[in-house]
Design a protein around this ligand. Structure first.
Ligand code: CA
Length: 230
């Protein structure tokens, strides 16, 4: 599993150590020294996970977590708080601010990676490698193959990611901006009509087994993957 991870940590040595470990494990790393820098990065590209230091210059990690939770676009962004404190009271404050998990420094790289995987599994199932099957449509993230009623279907890499996201978030309406954030990781530099182009291609790929019926256009809102007819 490879994710885009934003590390917000003001101590350069710790930031470097964490980034090196994450990159070694195959993740892509973005780095920020404070909440302001992190906000800029998040505005351009939505990461899959944020590792957020508690004690930061300016806005604290807890305040920043609270702000991310209060905004629609970042409400579901997985957050892991990093801290030197081990106090139970602080842990509760961090979790109440909206953190998904909590790591006390010093932690081992192995522990860090295990926590990241656990949070992704819970919050971003499209990042995991679990096989999914809905209505005879089967998607295997490990082999990158898709089958419709047992027949292999041919999908491009973007259509594959799009379908993976849809199947792990079925029955919900997603706007084009949300799909750009979740599938492309970018809602600033990619045009919204790009989504329509790839939806069209995805539907064509699914036509062979009739599963294109599962991709619904919701007028004025976006798209939905649904096992139920409209
Ligand atoms: Ca710090």
């Amino acid at each position: 599993m490879s994710a885009n991870i934003l590390v917000v940590e003001d101590e350069p040595a710790i930031q470097e150590l964490i980034a090196a470990n994450l990159q070694h494990a195959g993740h892509r790393v973005l780095r920020a020294y404070d909440a302001e820098e992190a906000s800029q990065l998040v505005r351009d590209v939505l990461p899959d996970v944020i590792l957020l230091d508690w004690m930061l210059p300016g806005m604290s990690g807890v305040q920043f977590a609270r702000r991310l939770r209060s905004e629609e676009r970042t409400r579901d962004l997985p957050i892991i708080m990093l801290t030197a404190r081990s106090d139970e009271h602080d842990k509760i404050a961090g979790l109440e601010a909206g953190a998904d998990d909590y790591l006390t420094k010093p932690f081992s790289p192995r522990e860090l990676l295990a926590r990241i995987n656990a949070v992704l599994r819970r919050r971003a199932p499209q990042m995991t490698e679990d096989l999914i099957e809905i209505e005879g449509l089967r998607l295997d993230p490990v082999t990158h193959r898709v089958f419709g009623d047992g027949q292999p279907l041919d999908l491009g890499p973007t259509e594959f990611r799009l379908l993976h996201f849809f199947m792990t978030h079925a029955e919900r309406v997603h706007s084009r901006a949300q799909l750009l954030d979740q599938v492309w990781g970018d809602h600033v530099f990619v045009e919204e009509r790009t989504v329509d182009v790839h939806i069209r291609r995805l539907r064509v790929s699914l036509e062979a087994s009739g599963h294109d019926r599962l991709i619904q256009t919701v007028r004025g809102s976006g798209y939905r993957f649904s096992a139920h007819a409209e």
